[in-house]
Design a protein around this ligand. Structure first.
Ligand code: PLP
Length: 891
C-alpha cells in the first residue's frame, strides 16, 4: 500500500529492516501483522511510561465519554486543565505559580524562551552543546547540534552554546553577555544519555541567580519519573525558574506538554499574547492528571525505575568490561541509559570501518537486536554511536536480562569481527551459512626503523557495486547470488544516508629503502565512480570536503587523490589550496606504466621503434604523461580521445603539439629515434622553432601547441604530397584506431569498461591503467593471444597489504602507483602539490619516478605479463628481478 508519510523516514526504516507493520501494542510489547512480537526499549523516545495502552488510562478516557465534558471549549478553561495545572504546581520544586500547556516538548521550549525574553528584556538564550530541545525554530536554535539547525537557519547571534557540564564556561558567557535564560537538560537524553557531574545543575542555578538570567530546566525527557525521581532536578536540589515537561505527561496516549513557571519568570505580556488553539484540551489534561495521580500515589513506580535503572546500568557496565572491543562506555540515569559502541576496526574489510566512521553501526546493532532478538532499540539523536535503552517504567529485571543477553551476543559478534552477522540482519537476509571461510590476514610486524618521515592519507572508494561487496566482511564468497542482490539493494539505500568519507584502513609503518618510515590512512566512501558522477556539483564538493576534512583530522602531510576522487576534483585543482599538499599520483602511475611497457618489450625482444602505440584517453593526465614519456620510442602513435566525442580531436591536437614541441626542444631527450627522424626529415624541427618565439606566457599554451601540430602536419603534407606515413594519428574512434595498435595504454576516466575483445589487434599488449578497467572482462576471457594487464601497479619496499582487500584484491606487497606516489612524496617530505591539473610536467613526473626508486618502489609485473601467454603454463605470478627503469637506474 502506498504511504504518504515522510519518505526519508521510510527509507531509513527500510535500511535497518525496521519497516514493520505494528498492528497492536500492549505493555512492553509491539505486535506486527506477521505475528512477531517485539520488546520495546524505545518507548516512543521516552513518552510511554506505563507501557502501551495502559488499562487505567483508557478507563479514564472512556469514563470521560459518558460525562460529555467540555474538551475543546476555548476561551474557557477546561476542567482537566484546571486540575492538572494545580497538580503540577504542587508537585514541582520551588514556588511555581503558572502552567502553560501545549502539545509537544518543542512548544514548551518555545513558551519558555518567549517567557524569558519578555521578562528580562534580554535577547540571548544560552544552551549547552550536544543538547536537544526540539525542532521548532526557537527550540532548534537552542539545540546544541548544528546538524539540525544549519539546513534551516543560519547561526543566530541570539543563541549561544557552552560546553555541557562546564560551569566555568557558563560563568564566562553569563558574565560577559547578559542572557535572558540558560536552558539545560539535567541529563542530555538525545545527546547520548549524558549525566553531568553531581552539583553541576546547582552551580548553574547559582550562576543564573548571580547574573540575572532565568534558569530553564528542560525535563521534557527526564521529567516525571524517568530518572528515578519525579523531577531530575531534584537529584541536585535545584529549583528552576521555568520547568518543562512533556513525554511522560502524555501517559503514552495523548500529546501534552507544560511550561511551569514561577512568579519570577511571568509577565503580563506573555500572559496576554501567548495562546494556542489546542492548549488546555480537556482529554489530554485529564490523562495528565491521571498520570500525576498514579506517579504520586504509587511511589513504588518511580522507586522501581530507580531500582531497575540501577540494575540496567550495572549490567551495562559488566558488558563494557566484558566486551571492551565492542562497547566503549555506558551512561544515564534511571530508565534512560545509553551504551556507547566502539568504532569498528576491521582488517578484513574496508566497508565496516568506513560505515562505522559515519554513524551506521548503532543502527546496524539495532537491526540485529530487532531482527534476531526481537528487541526494539535506536540510537540517540545527537550521538549516533550511543544505543538508547529506554523501556517503560514497568520494565523488570527479567526484561533487562533479555536485553543484556541479546547485547552479549552482539558483543561477541563484534569482538570476533563478525560484522557481517549484523549487516545481514539489516539487509534482511538470513544468518551466515556455516563454513564460510574468514579472510584472516596479518601484516608481518614491522618495527619502525629510523625517523618518522610523515603521515599520508589516500582517498579510495569501491570501483563497482560488486567491488563494494568485495570490500565487505568475507567478500563475495560469503554470500549467495540471491544474498548479493539483496545486499546490493541494501547498499544502494545505505549510500543515500552514509555517503560521506571515513577512515577505512590504518597502515602503521611503511619503511623507506632510504631509511625512515611513514604511516598513513586509506580514507574511503561507499560511492562508486558511477554514483559520484550522478552527484550534483555541491554534493560532489561536500564529498571531497569530507575526505579532506578526515585527512586533515588524521594529520596528513600529503593527500593522495585515488581513482575517481582525482576526476571529481578536476585532477586535484579544486583541492589544491586545501592547506595540505595534494597529489593525484598520476606521475608515478604514468611512468610505471611506461616502464612496464619497456620491460615487456625488452623481455620479448620486441622493437618498439617498429611498433604503433595507441593511447586511449591521451588528453587525460596519465595518458598525456605516458605519451610524453614513451611516445618518441615508437614508430607511430595513435592518440585516442574520449570515444563519446567521436568527431572532435581538438584536445588530441593540443597534446600532439605539446609532444612535438617537447620532442624538438630537447625536453624529452629521445632524439634520433625513428619517429624523430621521420618528423625531422619532413622539416618538423624548423616548424616548431618558428612557433617557439611566439609561445605565450601561460602555464599551458594549448592554442600554440595545437597550431604547432597543425603546422607540422601541413609541413609533412607539403614535403611528401600526402599525409600517409605521418606518424601522429588522432582519433576518438576506438573501432578505427585500436585494430592497428601493437601496444596500447588505456587510461580513461570513463567510469565503466568499454573496450571489446574484437577491436584489439592480434597479440596486442594492453596496459590498462583505468580504474574501473577500460577493458571489458571478455578481453581477458576470450583473447588468449593478448597481453592485457593492470598498469600502474608497483611493489612496495616491504611485503605489506593495505588490509584484507588490499585496495582491489592486489597481491601482498603490490599497490597502486598513485597510492605509492602519495607514500613516496610523504617519505620525501615534499611540501608542495604534485601531478595536479592534468598538465604537470614530464620533468616533475620523472623526478617522482627517481624518488620512487630511491625509496625502494618498483613497477610490478607478473611473469605472464612479461613473457606473454606462453609463460602461463610454466610460471606462477612473480615479480621480475629488475624492470627497465631499475636497470637504467642501477646503471
Ligand atoms: N527537550 C528535550 C530534552 C527532549 O528530549 C525533546 C525530545 O526528545 C524535546 C525537548 C522536544 O520534544 P518534542 O519532540 O515533543 O517536540
Amino acid at each position: 500500500m502506498a504511504s504518504y508519510l515522510n519518505i526519508e523516514r521510510q527509507k531509513l526504516l527500510e535500511l535497518i529492516s525496521f519497516d514493520k507493520k505494528i498492528t497492536r501494542a500492549k505493555g512492553l510489547y509491539l505486535f506486527t501483522d506477521t505475528g512477531d512480537k517485539y520488546l520495546d526499549f524505545i518507548s516512543q523516545f521516552g513518552a510511554v511510561p506505563f507501557g502501551h495502552n495502559p488499562d487505567f488510562l483508557w478507563q479514564v478516557l472512556t469514563a470521560q465519554q459518558a460525562a460529555d465534558p467540555g474538551v475543546m471549549i476555548q476561551p474557557f478553561f477546561s476542567e482537566g486543565a484546571q486540575q492538572l495545572s494545580r497538580a503540577l504546581v504542587e508537585a514541582a520544586p520551588g514556588d511555581m505559580k503558572y502552567v502553560t500547556f501545549s502539545c509537544t516538548g518543542a512548544e514548551a521550549v518555545e513558551s519558555a524562551i518567549k517567557m524569558a525574553k519578555a521578562k528580562t528584556g534580554r535577547d540571548i538564550i544560552v544552551s549547552a552543546t550536544n543538547s536537544f530541545h526540539g525542532k521548532t525554530m526557537g527550540a532548534v536554535l537552542a539545540t546544541g547540534n548544528e546538524h539540525y539547525r544549519l539546513p534551516f537557519y543560519p547561526p543566530s547571534e541570539s543563541f549561544l552554546h557552552v560546553p555541557f557540564n562546564d560551569a566555568q564556561a557558563l560563568e564566562d558567557i553569563l558574565s560577559t553577555r547578559p542572557a535572558a535564560a540558560f536552558i539545560v537538560e539535567p541529563v542530555q537524553g538525545e545527546g547520548g544519555m549524558v549525566t553531568p557531574a553531581p552539583g553541576y545543575l546547582k552551580t548553574c542555578e547559582q550562576l543564573c541567580k548571580k547574573y540575572g538570567t532565568l534558569l530553564i530546566v528542560d525535563e521534557v525527557q527526564t521529567g516525571l519519573g524517568r530518572t528515578g525521581k519525579l523531577f531530575a532536578c531534584e537529584h541536585d536540589d535545584v529549583e528552576p525558574d521555568i520547568l518543562l515537561i512533556a513525554k511522560t505527561l502524555s501517559g503514552g496516549l495523548i500529546p501534552i506538554s507544560a511550561c511551569i513557571a514561577g512568579k519570577k519568570a511571568w509577565t503580563t505580556e506573555f500572559g496576554q499574547l501567548h495562546t494556542s488553539t489546542f492548549a488546555n484540551n480537556h482529554l489530554a489534561t485529564t490523562i495528565g492528571c491521571a498520570v500525576m495521580k498514579k506517579l504520586t500515589e504509587e511511589p513504588e513506580i518511580i522507586a522501581g525505575v530507580a531500582r531497575v535503572g540501577a540494575y540496567l546500568q550495572a549490567r551495562l557496565r559488566e558488558l563494557v568490561d566484558r566486551f571492551p572491543v565492542a562497547f566503549k562506555t555506558c551512561d544515564g540515569m534511571g530508565l534512560m541509559q545509553g551504551l556507547t559502541l566502539q568504532p569498528w576496526h576491521d582488517e578484513e574489510s574496508y566497508l565496516c570501518p568506513t560505515v562505522s566512521g559515519q554513524g551506521i553501526i548503532v543502527p546496524l546493532v539495532c537491526a540485529y537486536l530487532l531482527n534476531r532478538h526481537n528487541i526494539c532499540t535506536l540510537p540517540t539523536m545527537n550521538s549516533h554511536n550511543v544505543l538508547r535503552l529506554q523501556p517503560c517504567y514497568l520494565a523488570t529485571e527479567a526484561e533487562i536480562d533479555q536485553l543484556i543477553h541479546a547485547l552479549e551476543k552482539a558483543g561477541e559478534l563484534i569482538t570476533q569481527g563478525k560484522f557481517s552477522a549484523l549487516i545481514r540482519a539489516a539487509a534482511g537476509i538470513g544468518e551466515e551459512r556455516p563454513g564460510v571461510p574468514d579472510r584472516p590476514y596479518k601484516n608481518p610486524p614491522i618495527v619502525p626503523q629510523g625517523e618518522k618521515l610523515g603521515t599520508f592519507c589516500f582517498f579510495v572508494h569501491p570501483v563497482t557495486d560488486m567491488h563494494t561487496i568485495d570490500c565487505m566482511p568475507g567478500g563475495q564468497q560469503a554470500y549467495t547470488a540471491d544474498e548479493i542482490e539483496k545486499i546490493q539493494y541494501w547498499l544502494g539505500k545505505a549510500k543515500a544516508f552514509y555517503g560521506g568519507a571515513s577512515p577505512a584502513y590504518y597502515m602503521p609503518c611503511i619503511p623507506s629503502k632510504n631509511g625512515g618510515y611513514v604511516d598513513g590512512w586509506l580514507i574511503s566512501s561507499l560511492l562508486t565512480p558511477k554514483d559520484m558522477m550522478r552527484l550534483p556539483k555541491e554534493k560532489k564538493e561536500q564529498l571531497i570536503h569530507s575526505y579532506v576534512g578526515i585527512a586533515q583530522e588524521n594529520g596528513a602531510d600529503m593527500i593522495g587523490l585515488g581513482a575517481f576522487t582525482s576526476v571529481i576534483t578536476r585532477s586535484g585543482t579544486t583541492v589544491a589550496d586545501c592547506g595540505t599538499p595534494v597529489t593525484t599520483g598520476n606521475a608515478f602511475t604514468a611512468l610505471t606504466s611506461t616502464d612496464s611497457i619497456r620491460t615487456i618489450c625488452r623481455a620479448r625482444s620486441e622493437k618498439m621503434s617498429l611498433k604503433t602505440l595507441g593511447i586511449v584517453g591521451v588528453s587525460g593526465s596519465v595518458g598525456r604523461l605516458c605519451l610524453l614519456d614513451i611516445g618518441a620510442e615508437f614508430r607511430q602513435l595513435y592518440l585516442i580521445g574520449n570515444p563519446r566525442n567521436k568527431d572532435n580531436v581538438d584536445k588530441q591536437e593540443v597534446v600532439a603539439g605539446e609532444f612535438l614541441y617537447k620532442l624538438f626542444s630537447g625536453v624529452l631527450s629521445e632524439s634520433m629515434t625513428p619517429l624523430w627522424k621521420t618528423l625531422t626529415d619532413a622539416g618538423a624541427e624548423a616548424v616548431i622553432q618558428a612557433h617557439v618565439n611566439q609561445l605565450p606566457d601561460e602555464d599551458y599554451p594549448a592554442e600554440t601547441y595545437r597550431a604547432m601540430f597543425r603546422a607540422v602536419k601541413q609541413q609533412y603534407l607539403e614535403t611528401y604530397g600526402r599525409t600517409e606515413g605521418f606518424p601522429l594519428l588522432l582519433s576518438n574512434d576506438i573501432e578505427h584506431a585500436l585494430p592497428v595498435c601493437d601496444v596500447i595504454v588505456t587510461a580513461t576516466s570513463n567510469g565503466e569498461s568499454f573496450i571489446r575483445p574484437d577491436v584489439l589487434s592480434p597479440g596486442a599488449i594492453v596496459c590498462d591503467v583505468a580504474r574501473p578497467s577500460d577493458l571489458l572482462q571478455e578481453v581477458k576471457q576470450n583473447r588468449d593471444d593478448i597481453t592485457a594487464y593492470d598498469g600502474g601497479l608497483v611493489r612496495l619496499p616491504a611485503n605489506l597489504r593495505f588490509g584484507g582487500p588490499n585496495i582491489a584484491e592486489l597481491d601482498t606487497g603490490v599497490t597502486l602507483a598513485c597510492l605509492a606516489e602519495t607514500v613516496i612524496l610523504t617519505m620525501s617530505q615534499a611540501r608542495k602539490n604534485y601531478s595536479i591539473g592534468g598538465i604537470s610536467s614530464i620533468e616533475e613526473a620523472r623526478e617522482v619516478f627517481q624518488l620512487a626508486l630511491k625509496h625502494g618502489f618498483c613497477t610490478h609485473l607478473s611473469e605472464r605479463d612479461i613473457h606473454g601467454p606462453a609463460a602461463d603454463k610454466s610460471q606462477t605470478s612473480t615479480t621480475p628481478k629488475h624492470t627497465a627503469a631499475q636497470v637504467a637506474y642501477t646503471g
